[in-house]
Ligand binder design. Structure first.
Ligand code: COA
Length: 186
C-alpha cells in the first residue's frame, strides 16, 4: 500500500484575544446544544460536509456515514469530551417546514488543558454566509466559560477556506505536521 503525506497546521488561539461579539445568525438558523440522542444527526451532517472535501482524502472515516458515526461515538465517549462546547446548527426555511441539520462542531480538552476543536462542518449549500464563523464562536465561548485559556485545532494546509476563517478569528500556526494516508483512487 503506498502512502502520501498531507501537510497539516496545528493552530492555536489565546482566548483573551478572541474577537467579540458573536456574529448573529441569519434568519431561519438556530444553534442546538449537544444531546446524546442527536449523535446520528451530527454524524450525518459531518458526512455531508466532509465527504467531497480534502479532509476525506486525509481521514477515510469522512468518506462513509458509518465512519462518521464511529468518529462521533469515539469523540463523545471520551472522558475529555466537552458537551457544552459541542453544537449543531439547524435551518428551517419557514415555520412548520421542519428543521434541517446544516452544521456541526465538537470539542475536547487536550492534555495541555487547551480546548481542542474537532471537525467543524457546514453543509455545502449553506456556506459563505458566516455560519462557520458563528458556529466556531459559539464553541469558543463555552470553552472560555470552562476557564480554559487556549484553544487548538489542526487543519490541512490545502484547506484554504478553513485556514482563512481560522486566521481571521485570530488563530496562529504553531506547528507543521505531516499526516500519512493511503493513496486513494476514486
Ligand atoms: C470551513 C467551513 C466550515 C466554513 O464554513 P462557512 O459557513 O462557509 O464559513 P463562513 O461563511 O463563516 O466563512 C466563509 C466565507 O464567507 C464569508 N462570509 C462571512 N460572513 C458572511 C456573510 N454574512 N455573508 C456572506 N459571506 C460571508 C467569509 O468572509 C468567508 O470568506 P473568505 O473565504 O474570504 O474567508 C466549510 O467550508 C466546511 O464545512 N468545509 C468542509 C469541512 C472542513 O474542511 N472543515 C474544516 C476542517 S479543519
Amino acid at each position: 500500500m503506498s502512502l502520501t503525506y498531507f501537510k497539516r497546521y496545528q493552530m492555536e488561539l489565546e482566548l483573551q484575544q478572541m474577537v467579540t461579539p458573536t456574529p448573529e445568525l441569519p434568519p431561519g438558523y438556530r444553534f442546538v446544544p449537544w444531546c446524546d440522542d442527536d449523535l446520528n444527526k451530527h454524524a450525518e451532517i459531518k458526512f455531508l460536509s466532509f465527504r467531497n472535501e480534502i479532509d476525506a482524502n486525509v481521514f477515510s472515516c469522512f468518506r462513509e456515514r458509518e465512519g462518521c458515526q464511529r468518529l462521533l461515538r469515539e469523540i463523545t465517549s471520551r472522558s475529555n469530551f466537552l458537551p457544552d462546547a459541542t453544537w449543531m446548527l439547524e435551518y428551517e426555511s419557514a415555520p412548520g417546514e421542519g428543521p434541517q441539520v446544516v452544521g456541526t462542531i465538537q470539542a475536547l480538552v487536550d492534555h495541555q488543558q487547551r480546548g481542542a476543536i474537532q471537525n467543524i462542518g457546514i453543509h455545502p449549500d449553506h456556506r459563505d454566509q458566516g455560519l462557520g464563523t458563528s458556529l466556531l464562536f459559539k464553541c469558543l465561548i463555552y470553552i472560555k466559560a470552562r476557564g480554559l485559556q487556549r484553544v487548538m485545532l489542526e487543519v490541512t494546509s490545502q484547506n484554504i477556506g478553513a485556514l482563512r476563517l481560522y486566521k481571521r478569528l485570530g488563530f496562529r500556526i504553531i506547528r507543521t505536521v505531516y499526516k500519512p494516508a493511503p493513496v486513494t483512487t476514486f
